[in-house]
Design a protein around this ligand. Sequence first.
Ligand SMILES: [Zn+2]
Length: 82
Amino acid sequence: MKQACNEISQLASDSLDRPLSLSERLKFKLHLCMCSHCRDYNHNMKFIRKVTDMMRKTNYGQIRLSEEQRQKLHAKLDHSLD
Ligand SMILES: [Zn+2]
């Protein structure tokens, strides 16, 4: 990875956490126009951030079955093995 690309990937991750200054934004946009590697990188990172935000909002990572749901599931599984 080129030195410029390192800088841009840092700016890309910064931009998710804080607003970039005008000169940073210009540098960032200009570089993305010229560099497909950083375009892809930026695109992927935004996508990953979107998915993780969504998971946080929906508590997707914290879904737990209640005891009753668990027993029902087990009953169904046992039944299907008969
Ligand atoms: Zn680049």
